[in-house]
Design a protein around this ligand. Structure first.
Ligand SMILES: *Cc1c(COP(=O)(O)O)cnc(C)c1O
Length: 393
């Protein structure tokens, strides 16, 4: 054999006695077949088998199985982002002439997708008030295929009554999908409450370190899971095994990270609620929150993500005051180890129930730092805010 040939040929390495604690990373486009006949029959392989890199390697299977277990579902399909998981689930489940009902408080980019892409395909996207079940019931017609839910809602954190939505939708033979990114499967299990599919933006809590983009959809029954898997494959939805292994690693510390960030978050939220500069705090785990009852009934915990608004006379000073933060970074996304704050506007993102609150809401994602240090940083923000407001007055 020549060196060129030797260089590319695979050498056998024994795996005997190798039993590590880590998630194995398998990269592959090509899967080798033992003979021509098994290659010809490759698409008849079991849905969990291996056909081609796009359809997954053992690393993908590991993460799919782990998420399936946590969601108490039958099958998980991975997507290159949480956004792709939602969008492709909608594309896979609805066809031209059908209707999807979407909460007014849905994740902004999903609203954008539903507004611009679904109608072009003949799929009608209708937004509904996340808190008005009677209105929702009236919007379900014979062409309705899917009711989407997201609880709590993006930025404004309204809690939806998912079990009631499921009961209503199923009475009409309509599927229910739930974006569960805020709660994660550790704090809410939509499938247990009858939802047909649940989506997680793995970019948030499950990966947990702000270093990748990935999503998942888990189906309650396998026939729906197989339908999603086939559709995602046809759409060319593939993911990197390296990212999958990082998410699998993140899941190992999910419970301790969530426990820490939700405790610190709740402590800071309660402190903010008493702060003289603060107008409102939206956090379903606060007893005075309008969604608290549903949260307490259906969820087993919270996370460090919540929103506050400022009193009008401080609102104009907010941006320059934010610039004084030293520990908390300004940025989008959430669910990582490091705390983030994002001044967010929802005015343009509400079409059913217009937003009448201040222009900017401040979404905090509390990380795993010590809460005293975070509070000291926020005190710096409030000191700048009051100083600026006094100077401006
Ligand atoms: C971030 C987010 C998504 C999208 O996830 P990406 O991986 O960033 O595309 C979807 N839904 C919710 C509720 C989110 O917060």
């Amino acid at each position: 054999m020549h060196d060129e040939t030797r260089s590319v040929s695979k050498v056998p390495v024994s795996l005997a006695g190798y039993d590590s604690l880590t998630v194995p990373i398998h990269r592959a486009s090509t899967i080798r077949y033992p003979d021509a006949a098994s290659f010809a029959a490759r698409f008849e392989r079991d849905a969990d088998g291996y056909v081609y890199g796009l359809y997954g390697t053992p690393t993908h299977r590991y993460l799919e199985k782990k998420i399936t277990e946590l969601e108490e579902g039958a099958r998980t399909v991975l997507a290159p982002s949480g956004q792709a998981a939602v969008a492709c689930t909608m594309l896979a489940l609805a066809k031209s002439g059908e209707r999807i009902l979407i909460p007014d408080t849905v994740y902004g980019p999903v609203r954008d997708f539903a507004t611009h892409e679904l109608p072009a395909l003949g799929i009608e996207a209708v937004f509904y008030d996340p808190l008005d079940l009677k209105e929702l019931d009236g919007l379900i017609n014979s062409s309705t295929r899917l009711v989407w839910a997201e609880s709590p809602g993006s930025v404004t954190l309204e809690m939806q009554d998912v079990p009631a939505i499921v009961e209503m939708a199923h009475a009409h033979g309509v599927l229910v999908g739930c974006d569960n990114t805020w709660a994660s499967p550790l704090n809410f299990r939509p499938l247990r409450h009858g939802a047909d599919v649940v989506v997680e933006a793995l970019s948030k809590h499950l990966s947990g370190h702000s270093d990748l983009i990935l999503g998942s959809v888990t189906a309650r029954d396998d026939s729906l899971g197989l339908k999603l898997k086939a559709a995602f494959g046809r759409l060319g939805i593939g993911t990197s095994p390296d990212d999958c292994a990082l998410v699998a690693r993140g899941i190992e510390t999910l419970a301790v990270r969530l426990k820490r960030s939700s405790a610190s978050g709740l402590e800071i939220a309660a402190w903010l609620a008493r702060h003289p500069c603060v107008e409102t705090v939206s956090h379903p785990a606060l007893p005075e929150d309008p969604g608290h009852e549903i949260w307490q009934r259906d969820f087993s915990g919270a996370c460090g993500v919540f929103t506050f608004t400022l009193k009008q006379r401080y609102a104009d000073q907010a941006f320059s005051a934010l610039d004084t933060l030293e520990l908390i970074s300004i940025g989008a996304s959430w669910g990582g180890t490091k705390s983030l704050i994002a001044p967010t506007s929802v005015k343009a993102l509400r079409s059913v129930r217009p937003w009448t609150g201040p222009d900017y809401l401040f979404r905090l994602s509390v990380g795993v730092e010590h809460p005293d240090d975070l509070r000291r940083d926020l005190e710096r923000f409030f000191a700048a805010l009051t100083l600026n407001a006094a100077t401006a007055a």
